[in-house]
Design a protein around this ligand. Sequence first.
Ligand code: CP
Length: 305
Amino acid sequence: MQKRSLVSISDYNKEEYLEILRVAAEFERNPDRDILAGKVAGVLFFEPSTRTRLSFETAVQRLGGSTIGFADASSSSVTKGETLKDTIKIVNSYVDLIIMRHPLEGSARYASEMASVPVINAGDGANQHPSQTLLDLYSIQKTQGTLENLKIFMIGDLKYGRTVHSLLMAMSYFNPTFYFISPDALQIPVEYKIFLHSRGIRFYEYPEFIDIIREADIIYMTRVQKERFSDSVEYEKNKNAYVLTNAILENTKSSVRVLHPLPRVNEIDVDVDNNPKAYYFTQALNGMYVRQAIIAKALNLTDAL
Ligand code: CP
């Protein structure tokens, strides 16, 4: 069987994104299929998670497979000083697939090089979160009917927000225009601006909400991530930078949808939850179907779907 890890969103090409969206739609129609009978996934979370871990675990179980692993590295032998390399080599010998979240950027690539089974990156530090990106693409396509030529507003922590980094790379295949709204200290890193320039993708940067938001197709809110700041004063200064309210959404297009990878702290007012433009809870549900598709692809099981 061909090993097919997903470490960075650039491990897939445009056709493979579209393949994942097609297969995810199949799973949305019928999520309970026995294609993983007899298979075991190692689910290793060295960082907290609700959606990613539980949707991956549910995805495996709905496909007839089972999971082993940990939700908290403090219950593993990492606390005794075991290295990531040894942890991966051991788990690799028990399972058919590894799904891993780790705080260190590059850890997922390293794990994929140590393992003989496919590794799916469930988030590595501020670097990449490719399964989130694919569920974001799925949510964008479902709500807009297309991925092409959209105006996408990304708001909040664009420096440490790994979901933002993966999403802009994936969307670059579909001729988007990006509007980045962030405090100075949390601007999109320069390497992503260079990437967008190299692809001829238009982008604009603003320090605050702007009127042009009325033209948005997608408003992608992000949390200011306390856990990524080494300086707590800097976090306190930026944590309440933007709060999306129904008043801000009032003059936006009826077709606009608000996405957020979640968890939310206070960057989306809870009143927005009842606004038909809010899509973040359905977006999280979409994650399960998309992760079923990613797992099926990692194990070369998509042909029958
Ligand atoms: N979106 C996301 O990664 O959520 P969790 O941290 O809860 O997995």
